[in-house]
Design a protein around this ligand. Structure first.
Ligand code: GAL
Length: 397
């Protein structure tokens, strides 16, 4: 399947004639030339293992137009590769990832491509009260709880079911007491690669006891291609006129403040790095951008039939690849790769250099269980948690 797919992708890349990889367009009937036109996804065999008694593997999604491909492992429900066309038609792998399951297991702190939970982002001191009861969670970020704790949803083996070439369902039962959370939580994440080059992520969850929940995807994007250098020249717009300021441990102060007059104002499209050295205390605390934005409907946002709102738009300065993010969640974390150090070996021999990728994590606000004025993150028995994120790709020529 893959070989055929690559052949047809390579063929279309050749037909687009000008290639982003500096290779001259070659006759489409040369298999060697066709292979070299497309970045390779890791082989499935590199993801076959058994962890916690469960099998791991790599699933491949191909859209119907055969011009986008995603590779997803059931270890942490992680997006490993995501290939979309750039302005010349050449396929570009826009997410950071590793080429084997072993590297994901041994370098867990980055959360590359993972579904994070039960609570994506931070909970202060790993404590919260719910319905009069005090809960203590695992702490794994100084004194705070981050991305579900020591062994969050990023580090467990999900059960995968490939529905068709475009759709993968992943399920996980998080047991009562896991990492300190109450309730048996049944989670389903569905990845769909659409005809219009969007990766749609739908989340659903139910519980048998009241619990708190905040699921998101932690893909690191570089729209010029993973490992291709700084993201500071990417252009960014975030549809948010407020944000939640944080303290020095990245826990929200509880205030909701306007972005106006701060380097967090991305209401107008701006280069990510344009104000990165501003003396703002918020950039100091975040070591750059690492903040939750409170989404507000954009004036030019036409109502989508699916009820989702525009959250952010990013443009790769070299590739022309445009990413539009849509969600039904109230916030989005914009993280500028400030903790990347270039020490992790990415796919195809690339490095995860400092600020060479960004995350746009659709979410409820950090530390909501301890902030009554933030939208509630409680899930009760009988309710179904539903969240949708669309990462839509296109090109700007
Ligand atoms: C982000 C978070 C950062 C950092 C990163 C993982 O979601 O906002 O502060 O923890 O994950 O390195």
């Amino acid at each position: 399947m893959n070989k055929l797919f690559f052949f047809s992708l390579g063929l279309s890349a050749v037909l687009f004639a000008s290639c982003g990889n500096n290779k001259p367009a070659t006759a489409p009937n040369s298999p060697a030339a066709v292979d070299s036109l497309v970045p390779e996804i890791p082989p499935t065999s590199a993801f076959i293992d058994t962890l916690d008694g469960k099998p791991t593997t790599l699933y491949v999604l191909i859209n119907k137009n055969h011009n986008a491909e995603a590779a997803i492992t059931n270890y942490g429900a992680r997006v490993v590769s995501l290939l979309v066309p750039d302005k010349t038609g050449s396929l570009t792998d826009v997410v950071l990832g590793y080429d084997s399951i072993g590297k994901y297991i041994h370098q867990p702190d980055t959360y590359f491509g993972a579904i994070v939970g039960r609570y994506g982002n931070r909970i202060a001191k790993g404590h919260f009260r719910l319905d009069g009861k005090e809960y203590t969670l695992a702490t794994n970020d100084g004194h705070n709880h981050l991305h579900g704790g020591k062994k969050g949803f990023d580090a467990v083996v999900w059960t995968g079911k490939q529905i068709n070439d475009q759709t993968l369902e992943l399920t996980y039962l998080s047991k009562d007491g896991e990492e300190g959370y109450p309730g048996n939580l049944q989670v389903k994440v569905t990845y769909t690669l659409t005809d219009s080059n969007a990766l749609q992520i739908s989340y659903e969850a139910t519980t048998d006891k009241p619990t708190v929940l905040n699921l998101t995807n932690h893909s690191y994007f570089n729209l010029n291609g993973q490992g291709s250098g700084t993201i500071n020249n990417h252009l960014l717009r975030i549809y948010a006129d407020h944000y939640t300021p944080v303290d020095s441990t990245l826990i929200p102060t509880g205030k909701i403040q306007p972005v106006a007059g701060t380097p967090l104002d991305f209401l107008q499209t701006t280069a990510i790095g344009a104000r990165i050295n501003d003396s703002s205390i918020q950039l100091k605390y975040g070591k750059g951008y690492d903040h939750n934005f409170v989404l507000s409907p954009a004036p030019d946002d036409t109502t989508r039939p699916d009820g989702l709102a525009s959250a952010a738009t990013v443009i790769g300065d070299q590739s022309g690849i445009v990413l539009n993010v849509y969600t039904n969640q109230p916030g989005i974390q914009f993280y500028g790769g400030n903790f990347l150090t270039g020490t992790n070996p990415l796919k195809n021999g690339k490095k995860d250099n400092y600020r060479s990728a960004f995350c746009l994590e659709t979410q409820h606000f950090p530390d909501s269980p301890n902030e009554p004025s933030f939208p509630s993150v409680e899930l009760k028995p009988g309710q179904t948690y539903k969240s949708t994120t669309i990462y839509q790709f296109s090109v700007k020529k």
